[in-house]
Ligand binder design. Sequence first.
Ligand code: GDP
Ligand code: IMO
Ligand code: MG
Length: 435
Amino acid sequence: MKVVAILGGQWGDEGKGKIIDLLSDRFDVVARYHGGHNAGHTVKFGDRHFALHLLPAGAVRGRIGVIGAGVVVDPDALLAEIAGVREQGIEIGDNLLLSDRAQVILPWHRLLDAARESAAGDGKIGTTLRGIGPSYESAAARKGVRVAELYRPATLRARVEALAAETGALLRALGCADIPETSAVLDALGRSAEALKPHVRDTGRYLRDHLRGGGTLLAEGAHGAMLDLSAGTYPFVTSSTCTSAGVAAGLHISPRALDGSLVVLKAYTTRVGSGPFPTELKDATGEFLRARGNEYGTSTGRPRRTGWFDAVVARTAVELSGAAAVAITKLDVLDDLAEIPVCVGYRLDGHELRDVPPLVEDLDRVEPVYETVPGWRTKTTAATRTEDLPPAAHRYVRYLEERIGAPAVFLSTGPRREETVWRMESEFLRALPGA
Ligand code: GDP
Ligand code: IMO
Ligand code: MG
């Protein structure tokens, strides 16, 4: 398998950063294909700790990092992130490529995100307020600014002025007072464009040539399948395609290039922001999972909502991405539990549901159908060998595998790179480059 995608299978923060980091030394290129700096991917090894938002996790391992055309890029956020990882001793130079087709997040997008959320009151999505949704809206409306335009002053001015006129009117209608001056935005864009220039290139052409030459590629998913714009818990979703279906479109490569996908799943479930969450625990057990799992957002620091593993969600994610394997993370967080409920279906108005219903008002009302699996009450933290896991932990993993229909090839027992069980007997791992 030369081209592999790693994707989130729940509502984000499954531990994708860790799994991508584990595999990135096997691939020449690691590429982000969607989302923006709403993502927060943690990479830890030894005493090193990186919180990445736009930079592909492979950057930390010196791989070539690509930010593809499907990504929405806030130039200042990207420059700040580059500066931050450089301060941590990571070289970012020729090894970072930014697509000339990527959409630019402008200040009006950020303001619109905030104004909409504030106008929505209790109905707010709980976005990261980074302007992600409005930026994708501009792209779909064909009113967006792309990276290549940053280097054509006259074109840029015309497009920014048109966007400012439209979104300015909307912002005023929403009661936003502090609307930025176009000239100030253009000046700032000019400065950041200059700083980003060495990285800008036709990354689609680069990747297609790279693949034609037999090169390898790891596609880095952000968010999670239930945050997918179309397949997720709409409207409480993000604005991009979070399944493997987005890889080709977001990187400008052929869909036939993708050889395999792996979905990352937390051994329980978390969600940040609003929206339905059938297995949510609003009690002491939920608080226990939050404290034990350190469930606070990597991007925004918000406490994550916590709940039991939802096999309906996980199976859907595996199916949507055609995943041949999963990684189960944060197994160690469950170490002290006597028993572990798993949601295997939903009940709504006396009917059994096997799938996530299309309307959130229904998903809000479903009653999860649980099966309970015995816990292990043994420390698994930092275990690296299959034989170091207690039999009950193996049974829990096997149970999840059966329910979701894919084998778990990584079992993660701590945040660090080293704290991982690699199931080397799995076909998926044996088919990876360098195996
Ligand atoms: P991502 O968005 O999917 O990359 O996930 P995040 O990095 O936002 O959140 C996952 C959090 O869990 C991070 O703080 C990781 O360091 C941490 N983490 C990942 N795997 C494990 C694990 O197996 N055990 C524990 N205790 N923490 C983990
Ligand atoms: P990673 O890649 C968790 C959520 C937000 C909000 C909704 C829409 O770290 O897993 P947006 O700002 O995207 O318009 O917000 O999506 N969300 C995430 N939640 N992890 C993420 O990314 C997320 N990216 C977006 O909390 O509910
Ligand atoms: Mg995250």
